[in-house]
Ligand binder design. Structure first.
Ligand SMILES: *Cc1c(COP(=O)(O)O)cnc(C)c1O
Length: 385
């Protein structure tokens, strides 16, 4: 390896370690819905995105389907299962058409890069997902970032004269905070400015809104022409999609490089997503239960004099501030049988390290109560230590 690169890597790793920012994957063995084994310890998993508790459901494993798709969708990787999944997603979301992507990250990067170019303007929420940020970067469009959920700032940015087209790009549910974007107001601003409205509802689809259509579910295709969702969160499978007008989807089928030059996800995965979509729509108790757990968590945190997150979705961040405190409490919670990851910068702003608690339909009220008790004890110990 190049000597210069060796030094760069060593310096970067050392800097990360010194600032408590070094990260490592750990082996997490799923042991059932809402549970996992980590380093030989059985624990309750409070940090998965499996909001409806479907990822372990045996019904998702049933049925035929090759374990690989063997090609990109435009070559031979587009199976009857993929086609049916696109049709069913379009029907659910009341869109003309849907186009599948290998992952949500590649969807955002590929779609934004295909839609925007130099001379265009992307107006973005300050807390947008990394994949939206990278898509804008790759496209070469100019970027204006407005303060989180700041409709007035977004309006001002959209009023700027530009040579090309304008786009307003936002998460629907913010992945590290759990709050929702003011989508109605933003949609209105986008329409006034003749801008494309682009929303990624990775965390809302399946769990929020009528029929689980997400926090953007109330917006028609006219009001929201580009709706991105993933299949690996509430739907417990993997992959992602964009839903919108037929001409836009046909264009992306021809121009989104991350869809054209990447192997389609497995037909098996499409089948799992099809089953999950049916379950998500039929077993309404799943999303109702998540929301009951959110209310329970808030009540218990409040009673324990702990900060109550400003979020009504399954994502419930407990902001602790310092990286070290977040790490220490996360480790201590694991020792008590609760898996809750510490999220540190650069994933969240400096000084805003947190525990990202996620609630799922697989959890019980007793488990939520147990988590709050353990959290209260861990915090007392960490602050004394
Ligand atoms: C998770 C996530 C993605 C990425 O989806 P993957 O399928 O995991 O690649 C994109 N956008 C948002 C808002 C997400 O939370």
């Amino acid at each position: 390896m190049s000597g210069g690169l060796n030094r760069r890597i060593a310096d970067q790793l050392e800097a990360l370690r010194q600032r408590d920012r070094f990260r490592q994957r750990r082996i997490v063995e799923p042991t059932g819905a809402g549970c996992a084994r980590v380093a030989g310890r059985d624990c309750i998993n409070f940090c998965s995105n499996d909001y409806l508790g479907l990822a372990q459901d045996p019904r998702l494993r049933a049925g035929p389907g090759a374990s690989g798709s063997a090609a990109s969708a435009l070559i031979t990787g587009y199976s009857p299962s993929h086609a049916e999944l696109e049709a069913r997603l379009a029907d659910w979301l009341q869109r003309d058409r849907v186009l599948l992507f290998p992952t949500g990250f590649s969807a955002n990067v590929g779609i934004i890069d295909a839609l925007l170019q130099r001379g265009d303007l992307a107006v973005c929420d300050a807390l947008n997902h990394a994949s939206l940020i990278d898509g804008v970067r790759l496209s070469g469009a100019d970027k204006r970032i407005y303060a989180h959920a700041g409709v007035d700032q977004a309006r001002r940015a959209l009023a700027e004269p530009v040579a090309g087209i304008k786009a307003l790009v936002t998460d629907a549910v913010f992945s590290m905070d759990g709050d929702s974007a003011p989508l109605q107001a933003l949609s209105h601003e986008a329409q006034r400015a003749d801008a494309l409205f682009y929303v990624d509802d990775a965390h809302g689809l399946g769990v929020e809104g009528g029929d689980g259509r997400g926090v953007a579910g109330e917006l028609s295709q006219d009001a929201l022409p580009v709706l991105v969702g993933t299949l690996g969160k509430a739907l417990g499978a993997a992959g992602a999609f964009v839903a919108g007008p037929a001409s836009l989807i046909a264009y992306l089928e021809n121009r989104a490089r991350s869809q054209i030059y990447s192997t389609a996800f497995a037909p098996m995965t499409a089948n799992a997503a099809l089953v999950a979509l049916d379950i998500a729509r039929q077993e309404v108790w799943r999303r109702d239960h998540v929301h009951r757990l959110v209310a329970r968590l808030h009540a218990r945190l409040d009673a324990a004099d702990l900060p109550v997150p400003d979020s009504r979705t399954a994502i419930q961040p407990i902001v602790l501030g310092s990286d070290r405190l977040a790490l220490r409490v996360s480790d201590d919670l694991l020792a008590r049988g609760f898996l809750v990851t510490a999220i540190r910068p650069p994933t969240v702003p400096e000084g805003a390290a947190r525990l990202r608690v996620t609630l799922t339909a697989a959890h019980s009220q007793e488990q939520v109560d147990g988590l709050v008790d353990a959290l209260a004890d861990s915090l007392v110990e960490a602050r004394v230590a």
